[in-house]
Design a protein around this ligand. Structure first.
Ligand code: IPM
Ligand code: MG
Length: 368
């Protein structure tokens, strides 16, 4: 049998340097655990625009549809701010999500014990936090039509459309209930059914999926604004949160910050199963391309390494190996290693991106 295939798209800014550390981890699994991957690499975002005049070349798109999983770094940077909207780096990422039909975006917000002091919230509010936000990723206001900037009388009007079909809500709700069963068995669905028809439909469909097929899972509904407030007030009340594309974008950034650093959080975007039974999948850190620190060895590679751990778990059925990697990272943090983003005022010297990666490898070695 051939090895599972991975397409790596490091992207822009700190993407390439954090991905270099992930490559070390991937190689480690090949050498030490007999888990070899066929790895290919390509361009996405601004670097793809520089070479091809488009943030995602058709050949890259085709490759992404062939492999078992895609691993992405980050896209974007100030150099590309004034490009036409249609070729902005973000369009490359959005095209991947849409054409791979990655409707279910898993964004864990987990507080590492060693970092509980680092949150802007009180330690008791965040210590032990472990929630999962499931964001619908291929529909809603990000993709709804009509959209555009139009002339209306003597002025222009900017239009985007929030649109959800029953089947789109149904499938993401199912993924939330399935995941909840493997965790705390609780789902909170968030929309704004008080002001949006799409929210009314969202609530109805989630409830129906629950009543028909997942009555064993505890389900609650919350308006998304109240949800944002509750996330800051007492986040540990949540287990799985399921929400639409735009609310999920906002709520996941807020939830991420509860844990202390955006530099720590991975994500998985999953679609329907392929012929081989694996879901179509793209894994990426939640953080962006951080152009201000790019190329200086300051970036934290942990979010990207944890994204590979999610790939091991969700694409390759290697839950135990994913746990091994997560524990290696916990150990490195418990040992006091910190990249610059994780430093307070306590005078500890930060380690570089590569030193952090090497420390994770050493911790993996020690786990054998
Ligand atoms: C995210 C990002 C993206 C989004 C951007 C880069 C298009 O903010 O993944 O959360 O808005 O979805
Ligand atoms: Mg976002």
């Amino acid at each position: 049998m051939s090895n599972p295939s991975l397409l790596i798209l490091p992207g822009d800014g700190i993407g390439p340097e954090v991905m270099a550390e992930v490559r070390k981890v991937i190689d480690w699994y090949g050498d030490k655990r007999g888990l070899a991957f066929d790895v290919s690499e390509d361009l996405v975002g601004g670097c793809a625009y520089d070479k091809h005049g488009t943030p995602l070349h058709d050949d890259t798109m085709a490759k992404a549809l062939e492999v078992d999983a895609v691993l992405l770094g980050a896209v974007g940077g100030p150099k590309y701010d004034n490009l036409d909207f249609s070729v902005k780096p973000e369009r490359g990422l959005l095209r991947l999500r849409k054409e791979m039909d990655l409707f279910s975006n898993l964004r864990p917000a987990q507080c590492f014990d060693a970092l509980a002091d680092f949150s802007s919230l009180k330690k008791e509010v965040v210590a032990g936090l472990d929630i999962m936000i499931i964001r619908e990723l291929t529909s809603g206001i990000y993709f709804g039509e009509p959209r555009g900037i139009f002339e209306e009388g003597n002025e222009r009007v900017g239009i985007n459309t929030q649109r959800y079909t029953e089947s789109e809500i149904d499938r993401v709700a199912r993924s939330a209930f399935e995941l909840a069963r493997k965790r705390g068995n609780k789902v909170c669905s968030m929309e704004k059914a008080n002001v949006m028809e799409s929210g009314i439909l969202w609530r109805e469909v989630v409830q129906k999926v629950h009543d028909e097929d997942y009555p064993d899972v505890e389900l609650s509904h919350m308006y998304a604004d109240a949800g944002a407030m509750q996330l800051c007030r007492w986040p540990k009340q949540f287990d799985v949160i399921v929400t639409d594309n735009l609310f999920g974008d906002l709520l996941s950034d807020a939830a991420a910050m509860l844990t202390g650093s955006l530099g720590m959080l991975p994500s998985a975007s999953l679609g329907a199963p392929m012929e081989n039974g694996r879901p179509r999948a793209l894994y990426e850190p939640v953080h962006g391309s951080a152009p201000d620190i790019a190329g200086q060895g300051k970036a934290n590679p942990i979010a990207c390494i944890l994204s590979f751990a999610m790939a091991l778990r969700y694409s390759f059925d290697q839950g135990d190996e994913a746990t091994r990697l997560e524990q290696a990272i916990e150990k490195v943090l418990a040992d006091g290693l910190r990249t610059a983003d994780l430093l307070g005022e306590d005078g500890v010297d930060p380690v570089s991106t590569a030193q952090m990666g090497d420390a994770v490898i050493a911790a993996l070695d020690a786990s054998l």
